[in-house]
Design a protein around this ligand. Structure first.
Ligand code: HEM
Length: 90
């Protein structure tokens, strides 16, 4: 549910870019997904999907296949919502 969602800052999104053993996260319309388990299954190839790792993938996604419903496909992979850097500092 919504209560289990993590608040993710731009710095944290950038850090989780799938390199050096870190998970690959990607944001779409303010929601953050762990795309790691989906990488081997992406019909367009793992390399293409990795281009969206650690960043907002919305623009690339819409350029290639706006008809694909990522909310349905990646629902299980939802980890959090994007917040501004300042929203997490105490
Ligand atoms: C194809 C899912 C992100 C590049 C596909 C297809 C699906 C899919 C279902 C098959 C579409 C069809 O045949 O109509 C996803 C999901 C994404 C994602 C769920 C987000 C997590 C991306 C990104 C890129 C990309 C960021 C590019 C940087 C491609 C390409 C194909 C493709 C090039 C076409 C492969 C071909 O027909 O030969 N993707 N995709 N995808 N995807 Fe993605």
């Amino acid at each position: 549910g919504v209560s289990s969602l993590v608040r993710v800052t731009p710095t944290q999104l950038k850090y989780n870019n799938g390199r050096k053993g870190r998970p690959a996260w990607s944001s779409y319309q303010g929601k953050v997904y762990n795309i790691t388990p989906y990488l081997p299954f992406h019909p367009g190839g793992e390399g293409e999907l990795r281009r969206a790792a650690g960043k907002d993938g919305g623009k690339l996604f819409m350029e290639v296949h706006p008809w694909v419903n990522w909310e349905n496909m990646l629902g299980e992979c939802l980890v959090g919502i994007m917040v501004a850097e300042s929203e997490v500092k105490i």
